[in-house]
Design a protein around this ligand. Structure first.
Ligand code: ZN
Length: 169
């Protein structure tokens, strides 16, 4: 039975455990759904940490960052995110790095489900190594991401599952 181990790294000063747990539950449900096939069940194992994990410990790492100005991926790669976006994924030295922002420029407040969709969207960019060409076909691959999950989402991610990129920790 295939397994996907996902680590979410909290770089924010004060996101509550309750809020993080709610994001994790919603995101986990999305990943299980995306990875489900009639032939096989992929087990998804997820956790939050507050310090970067070891490379071998997980398949997918997504950073949770206060805002674009505090971009962790920019700190690691020099590449700036696009202003106004809810998340960012970039490749540097053969490693794929993804992050999602707690606050947008307008300081709008969002519920956990909105962030879970952003985590799922950046996860698709990350696992597939694909850019904006995944947009435009609805589902979680759309920008902004939306439910329900589509066959397009499932095809993209399931095809990538056996060849996931190294992660920016
Ligand atoms: Zn996108």
């Amino acid at each position: 039975m295939p397994q996907l181990t996902v680590t979410l790294v909290d770089h924010t000063p004060s996101t509550s455990d309750h809020f993080k747990a709610a994001i994790l539950r919603e995101f986990e449900d999305m990943l299980v759904d995306i990875l489900f096939t009639r032939q096989d069940t992929t087990t998804v194992s997820m956790r939050w940490v507050s310090q970067s994990p070891q490379q071998a410990d997980q398949d997918l790492v997504i950073h949770w960052v206060e805002n674009i100005d505090a971009s962790y991926i920019k700190e690691k790669t020099g590449q700036s995110p696009t202003a106004g976006d809810g998340g960012f994924t970039h490749t540097f030295n053969g490693q794929r790095g993804s992050e999602v922002y707690r606050h947008r420029a307008d300081h709008a407040r969002f519920p956990p489900l909105v962030f879970a969709k952003l985590f799922a969207h950046e996860a698709i960019h990350n696992m597939t190594r694909k850019g904006n060409e995944i947009h435009g076909q609805k589902g979680l691959a759309e920008s902004p991401p939306q439910l329900p999950i589509t066959a397009h989402d499932k095809t993209l991610v399931q095809a990538a599952l056996n060849n996931l990129p190294d992660q920016i920790l």
